[in-house]
Each structure stands twice: as C-alpha cells, then as structure tokens.
Design a protein around this ligand. Structure first.
Ligand code: GLP
Length: 234
C-alpha cells in the first residue's frame, strides 16, 4: 500500500483526481465509484475539470434497499447531484435498491461487474472498517450481496437522514472479491473518527473482522489520509 498524507479533504480530492487523470491517460475506461462524505472533494475536482467522461463507464459500490432513485438519500441521487449532472458518462451502473427480487438483482450486478472490469476504484471506509457496505464478518469471497447494516453503520449514516428510523436497514453491496479485482484502488479517509480503522487496515492482521484489511493483499492500493486519520499509525 502506498500512503499519501494530505493536509485536508480538499488536497486529498486533488491528489485522487490527479491519480485518476494519470490512469485515464493510460487507458482506464471503467471507474468504481463510492458515495459518502469522503469522496465529495474528489467529485468537486472532477466537476471543475474539463476531463471528458463520455467514453467512460462507472460502476457504483452500493445502494440502500428500499429507496427510489429520486429519493434524496439514495446513492442514485447522490451520484446524480455530485457527478452525473455535470459529467456525462457513456454508461453508469448502480444496484437497484427497489428490485422486487433482491437475489436476482445481486446476480445482475455481478454480471455488470464481469462485463465492465474496474480499472480505478474509489473507496471510503466506515468507522468499523467496512468498505462499500461490506460489514465486519463478511467473507472475503463474496460477490454482490444483500447486507443487513450494523447498528454502528446505521448510526453513522443517520446524520444524513431526518431521523435514525428513516435509515434503511439493508443495502446491496458489491462484494469484497469484486472490489479486490479492481486494477487500482484509491481509498480516502479524513478525520479522527477514521484513525482506528486506518490503523487496523494498514498495521493490523488481515481479517474479515476488519474488511478493509483485505487491501493489504492487493498489489495496487493508494491510501490518502489527513493527519487526523493517520494519527494512530506507528
Ligand atoms: C457508507 C458507504 C461507504 C462509505 C462509508 C463512509 O456506509 N457505503 O461507501 O465509505 O459510509 O462514509 P463517509 O465517507 O461519509 O464517512
């Protein structure tokens, strides 16, 4: 893992954007995209740029179960507002959280990933070390799956909702196996709240109890952290 320390999220977004530009210049065609507050500055950089995405494909990590695409808490809506409204992609994929058959939807999404191998994957990290919505205890071998969100994640994500009761209890997430197949992974983390997860991800054992620790086994990972997120590292 290569670790890049930055002053703040804005600089982190600039660094991630410059990595993306390099990879696109080298032929990257498919981006794995993430939601949450962490990648916002990265999306700002993309929106401000004149980089052309009309030949690019995007595949998102996850979506809540039960939220329609036009619900302002859905990840469809997030991507529309923060990126797709400003930049047109050739094709963009997200799991359908309203699918009537969720198992069938996970198979469809696996097919999407198989047909569009990810060149450049953006990741944030949960306080408990989750990536996408792969919660602690998730097998490293799973592909797309339906997740029961942990109390910790529901609480953390409730800041975006009117009330904690409005936070969906389930999500559809790309699996760890699929994330690990990305050619390059850029994980960003900012703030003290992420310090422990970052320490365990980088310095702890590779264990399903801390899903992000699997990244130690990937040959091409860049971790972008601010001082607070890096504060527990030896
Ligand atoms: C959610 C998302 C993750 C994200 C994490 C951290 O649970 N599914 O993809 O990395 O939250 O969110 P934030 O970036 O807001 O701290």
């Amino acid at each position: 893992m290569k670790i890049i320390r930055v002053q703040n999220q804005i600089e982190g977004g600039q660094v991630a954007f410059s990595l993306l530009k390099d990879e696109m210049a080298k032929g990257a065609k498919t981006l794995g995209l993430a939601t949450g507050s962490t990648p916002l500055a990265f999306y700002d950089e993309i929106r401000k740029s004149d980089l052309d995405f009309s030949d690019m494909t995007s595949v998102n990590l996850d979506e809540y179960v039960g939220l329609a695409a036009d619900n302002d808490q859905s990840y469809h809506y997030f991507m529309q507002e923060n990126l797709f409204r400003a930049k047109s992609f050739k094709e963009s994929f997200l799991p359908n959280g309203l699918a009537s058959d969720l198992q069938e939807e996970t198979r469809r999404y696996d097919q999407v990933i198989a047909e569009h191998p990810i060149d450049f994957q953006i990741l944030g990290i949960g306080h408990n070390g989750h990536i996408g919505f792969n919660e602690p205890g998730t097998s490293f071998d799973v592909t797309t799956h339906v997740v029961n969100l942990t109390e910790d994640t529901i609480k953390a994500n409730s800041r975006f909702f009117d009330s904690i009761d409005d936070v969906p209890k389930q999500a559809i997430s790309m699996g760890i196996q699929s994330i690990m197949q990305s050619k390059m992974i850029v994980l960003m983390a900012y703030g003290q709240g992420k310090a422990d997860a970052i320490k365990q991800m980088i310095e702890g054992p590779v264990t399903e109890d801390l899903p992000a620790s699997v990244l130690q086994k990937h040959p091409n990972v860049v971790v972008i952290v601010d001082e607070a997120a890096a504060s527990a590292l030896d």
